[in-house]
Design a protein around this ligand. Sequence first.
Ligand code: ADP
Ligand code: MG
Length: 233
Amino acid sequence: MPIVSLKNVKYRWGPDRPLTLDIEQFEIESGERLFLHGPSGSGKSTLLNVLAGVLVPEQGSVECLGHDLAKLNNRDRDRFRADHVGLIFQQFNLVPYLSVLENVLLPCHFSERRRGADAGGSMLQEARQLLEQLGLGSDIWKQAATQLSVGQQQRVAVARAMIGKPEIIIADEPTSALDADRRGRFLDLLLDKCKAFGSTLVFVSHDLSLANHFTRALSIADLNRADLQEIAA
Ligand code: ADP
Ligand code: MG
């Protein structure tokens, strides 16, 4: 059973705009660590937002964990995302006035499921454990997230995405600000955690050299039939 299944998905950013996504079929198996690559402007971020239920296609079905996201109302889609999807953005989107620990705990405030996923321990314990496993010691937990280095902020973003063990982790070019050395270490941490948690990972990048870290690599051009030239124009 695939964990995600798209059929005949069409998405455009406005009524007068060309199609940005035109995808006949796309399936992701549970436990896959999928690398999705393509040049800038090829619709990678748009696709991730459709997978996460942030954007709704004008046509087609987006089945995630047995729910058709295109059929849910806004509230139920937001609930689905809070419960089942961990998001890691290019800019990390940490909340500047919250501490490291508060940033990691944020998804738990929006999801009963993620508050209770670790039945044995408290969410605070899980947050501390995650931060430690990601190499972020207790000396920085009370600091504002924006006081950290880029590499540290990235690991906070991973902890925040993974708290409560969501089934799907979606990462949009999270390594683009890192040098090659730190990029490799960051990737290994993320992949290890996904493996340990049994989370399915969808990782997007334009950097094809990262592909060999993943269980499957896919070019968005093989997936998306939308006319990219027209999009770029
Ligand atoms: P990628 O992530 O591969 O660089 P995007 O999905 O961001 O590609 O963009 C694909 C196309 O969708 C862009 O060329 C742009 O025209 C359009 N697009 C992306 N984001 C927006 C937006 N917020 N509003 C309007 N159009 C957008
Ligand atoms: Mg993008």
